[in-house]
Structures are given as C-alpha cells and as structure tokens.
Design a protein around this ligand. Structure first.
Ligand SMILES: Cc1ncc(COP(=O)(O)O)c(C=O)c1O
Length: 557
C-alpha cells in the first residue's frame, strides 16, 4: 500500500533542524517577527525558530500533510499486517520498553518517532477491528469518523464558547436535535456532547439531584437547611445490573454509594417493575425522597433493555426523575430492525447515548439528552472571562452553559461526517449484523455440552462459561468452573489470538463475548470458542484441580 505525501518528508524534517525552510520567499515562509537581524540570537531563539516549524499553520501546511500521512501510513500498514487482536505482551515488558525512552532527547524526525512507536505502542496495542476481539464495548470505527477526528484535532475548536467554535457549535446543536428527534423526546429537548457514558450519566444525575433539591427547597420545613442535610434523603433506584457509573456518580454527587437502591431483575436481567414499585414505596414510607429512577437500555453484561414504559410510569407517579442509560443500546435508534427495543425511551427525562459504542465512532463521543432543555440550567455558571451572563441574555450560543466541561473537543464532527458520508441506516445495519451474529453464536453455545450460556443474547453480548459435562453426566463443579474460567480468559489474552471478557453472575465466574464487529463471521467466533475449549481442557489437565482433572479428560474421551 502506498500513500504519497506531496512533499518530501525527509527534506521537511531537515528543514526543521535548520530552523526554518531555506530558500522560500513567500510571506508564509518568513521567520517569526522577533527573528530580526538586530536582535541577539540566543540559543533559546534558535530553538524557538526550529520549534516553530512544528506549529500547525499556513507555512507548515505541507509539513502537516507529510507528517500526518506518515502517521496514518504507519497505522494502515500495521493493520494490514495484523491478523490477531493482540500480541499477548505483559505489563512488565511494556513498562520496560516505555521506561527505556529518554523523553529529554527527542528523535531526529517523525519517521524515527513512528519507528520507535512500533515498540512502545503500535505493535502491541489491542486492536478492536480484529474479528477475534470480542471483549468489551469497543467497536471497530468507521473511516468517515476518522476523517472527522483528523479535521477536528487540527482545527482544534473548543466547544465551550461561540467565540472558540462558531460553526462547530451549530453542528453539535444540530446533532443533539437530531438525536433527540430520533428518541422522540419532544420539541423542548436539548443536550450536550460529553466524553463518555460515565460522564453523561453523571451529568444526568447531577441535574436530577439539583432538580430534586430545588423541589425540596420549596418546602417551608426545609428552610435554612444546608445542602448536605437535603442530600441525606435522596435515593436513586436502578437495577442490580446497571452500570457502575450510577453508583460512582451518587458518591461523587455527595449522596454516597448507599443512596443507590439496587432493584432486582427478572430472569432475563431486565429490571422488575414490581420490585421497583415496592422499593420506592418502602423508601417513601421511611421519609426518603425518590430522586431518580435509572433504567438501562442495554446492560453491559446481558444487553438487557429494562421495561422503559413501565418504569417511566412508576417514576412519574412518584415524582422521580427518569434517566435512561442507553450508552450501549443507543445505536438501536438507527436500526431498522431492532429500533422497537427502545420503545418507551421517549418518556425519559434524560438519556445517555454513547456514539463510541454502537455508532462505531472513535473514543470519545457521547451525549446527554434532556427532555426539558431548561433543566440544563442546573449546570450553568457564568464567568466574566468566558461566558458572562450578558452573553446568555444576548443569546450567544455558549455550549459551556450546558456542560460540566469547559474546554471540550468537537467530537460531534465525527458523527456529523459519518451521517453525511454513510448515513444513519448504514450505521444501524452494522449494529444489526452484530446482533444477528450474537443470536447465532448463542445457538452454537447452547448446543455445546462444554459450555453453559447464562442467558439468551438480547443485544450483542453472550455471557457463558466453560463447564463441560463429565463422563458421569454431571457438569464440572461450580467451584472448579470458578477457578477455570478466569484462568482461561487470562490464557487466551496472553495468547493474543483472541480477547474475551469476564464477569460474574450470582457470584460465579463467567466469560463474555461483546460482539460489535459486522465483519466478524460465525466461523471467527467458533474459532474463539474452540480456543476457549482447548485452553480449558489444557488448564484442567495441568492444574492441581480440586476436582479431578481426569474427569475432564474423560469427558473428552
Ligand atoms: C450501560 C453502560 N453505561 C455506561 C457506560 C460507561 O460508558 P463510558 O465507558 O463511555 O464512560 C457503559 C460502558 O460500557 C455501559 O455499558
């Protein structure tokens, strides 16, 4: 594969050493203004002159193209030559290699730095685009989003204020409106891009908390009480299977981990509305305030979508904020075949959507949507040096008024270019493939006597364990399976041939596939299953098992 930069990178780097491009007479190639011959050129000035060749500007545009192409080429070459998701390198070896780099002695040029990067990063990175990467909620990324990434980092707009972003603000706003429309949140909806699902959930709960506190302050019996006294009473209800960022958020918001009431799920891992009703009623009768109900649309392990409409009705009945964490399931909004799984999401007060999961965007790209845009005022603070109140009154669109971040990347551009180049249906089709693949893998695993599937796949995850049926017709004991499965996962990771995740179900160790790669075939995943089986057999043979390893061998015979 050849990608030809239209400048000679070697020459450009030599020029960089010389200070500034020799022999160029255009205004753009002139040295910086303080490089006057009248001034005493100290070593610092020489260095600054040389360094200025690395600045992204008009004069250095050819250098920018050449160097970025070198970087892009290094990645493209690497992925063309990669056939497995990982090399199996361990942390000690990587630390040794990274520590050996002398950060105070720069290399002569970009080529040398990229060469060094092979050893310190590229060769041994974990590659999510590989078919046998089947671990966490990392997606292969689409090329239009990578184009967006290149553009946004070079232009480097910052989303906090209009005077640092201009069109970027309008693109972000338009995408928020588009997402809210897809979710049918209504015409008052608004939102903001965030760094990820955890931050979106945090901001949703921050708004819910401040909303609840504002309500409590209307009660005369709370007059004069300081914030901590009011927070004492607030409770968040979420399923036992929801993401840990809900509990972390409660802690960071001053409510404490124990302000989160864990609600039981039905056998399919969806929150049980009757248990939610009972939990809220119990809290109410104990004098507590149901601040929020957090439903999940696509739980991390089982891909379960909670019964959104029923939970929304309960939340509303008790005056609680209804947040839907659709970090994983959000991509269903562009699926033509599985969109119905999000039915009821339109009733949410707020929704988290992670574009860097099921919209195939590079990290990071997420959004928080709120049904009533005015609720974003709970994170609005004005500063004279940045976003004075006068600017808001003059309707200057400063996005910092809606965000908990200040300086913020223009991540929305990646989604924008994705929609403009591929279209929403194409994204939905990629997700549909992953969901279909998970269903097929589910059939394979449930028919295999060596494996136990913890539940029918609902989105694109499969939770299972290696627990073979032994010669006497019983399965390997739970305890033995508990020591074997994490060991299988570690050994598979160390092999680099595949990457699978691990989790616990009712205290027992399981393995997990998270499938998000539309190019992965059933055969690819079968090969991972075989690798897991072989690894399990071999570990059972060699490990000093509480339960006879011979039993497993017998099962094979
Ligand atoms: C359901 C759910 N919510 C939230 C998150 C957190 O998202 P992020 O990793 O982008 O912070 C995850 C991550 O996997 C998730 O699965």
């Amino acid at each position: 594969m050849t990608l030809l930069p239209d400048v000679d990178e070697t020459r450009v780097d030599q020029e960089s050493d010389a200070g500034y491009p020799a022999g160029r007479t255009t205004a753009a190639s002139r040295p910086p203004v303080n490089a006057s011959p009248d001034l005493d050129f100290g070593a610092g000035v020489e260095l600054a002159l040389a360094a200025s060749n690395h600045l992204f500007n008009a004069r250095n545009a050819p250098r920018y193209v050449a160097q970025v192409l070198q970087g892009v080429n290094a990645v493209a070459t690497k992925i063309e030559r990669t056939s497995q998701p990982f090399t199996g390198v361990g942390p000690a070896e990587m630390k040794r290699r990274v520590d050996a780099v002398d950060l105070d002695r720069p290399l002569p040029d970009t080529a040398a730095a990229l060469d060094e990067l092979q050893d310190t990063y590229l060769r041994d990175a974990v590659y999510f685009h590989e078919a046998k990467y089947a671990a966490h909620l990392n997606c292969p990324v689409v090329i239009p989003a990578l184009v967006g990434e290149a553009v946004l980092s070079a232009v480097n707009s910052s989303m906090d204020t209009w005077d640092q972003s201009a069109g970027a603000t309008m693109i972000e706003r338009r995408l928020i409106d588009w997402t809210a429309e897809r979710l049918q949140l209504g015409t008052d909806a608004d939102g903001v891009f965030t760094s990820g699902g955890s931050q979106s959930n945090f901001q949703a709960l921050l708004i819910a908390r401040n909303h609840a506190v504002a309500e409590l302050r209307l009660d005369p019996s709370n007059t004069g009480l300081r914030l901590p006294a009011l927070l004492e009473k607030l409770r968040i209800f979420t399923s036992a299977d929801s993401h840990f960022s809900i509990r972390k958020s409660a802690s960071m918001l001053g409510l404490g981990f124990d302000a989160v009431v864990s609600v039981g799920c039905a056998a399919d891992h969806r929150m049980d509305p009757s248990q939610l009703a009972a939990a809220i009623a119990a809290a109410r009768s104990a004098g507590l305030v149901p601040m929020a109900v957090v439903a999940t649309a696509g739980t991390t392990d089982f891909g379960a979508v909670d019964p959104l409409a029923e939970l929304a009705a309960l939340a509303r009945g008790y005056g609680a904020w209804f947040h839907v964490d659709a970090a994983y399931g959000g991509g269903l909004m562009v699926s033509n075949r599985y969109r119905h799984l999000l039915d009821g999401i339109r009733l949410a007060d707020s929704v988290t959507v992670d574009f860097h999961k099921t919209f195939f965007q590079p990290v990071s790209s997420s959004a928080l949507l709120v049904r009533d845009g005015a609720m974003l005022r709970h994170v609005t603070y004005y500063a004279d040096y940045l976003n004075p109140e006068a600017a808001a009154l003059a309707e200057i669109p400063n996005q910092v008024d809606k965000s908990i971040q200040t300086t913020r990347r223009f991540d929305a551009l990646k989604l924008w270019l994705t929609l403009r180049i591929m279209g929403a249906d194409a994204i939905g089709a990629l997700l549909d493939e992953a969901i279909d693949l998970a269903a097929r893998v589910g059939s394979v695993l449930s028919a295999d006597p060596d494996f136990e599937l913890a539940g029918k796949p609902q989105l694109s995850t499969l939770v299972f364990r290696y627990r073979p049926v032994l010669a006497d017709g019983t399965r390997l004991s739970e305890n033995r399976s508990d020591s074997l499965n994490p060991a299988i996962r570690a050994a598979v990771f160390a092999s680099g041939e595949a990457v699978v995740a691990g989790t616990k179900v009712a205290g027992r160790h399981f393995l997990k596939f998270t499938l998000l790669n539309a190019e992965a075939t059933l055969e690819d995943i079968r090969e991972i299953v075989e690798l897991v089986r072989r690894t399990g057999e071999s570990l059972a043979r060699t490990a000093p098992a509480g339960e006879s390893a011979a039993a497993v061998r017998e099962a094979r015979a």
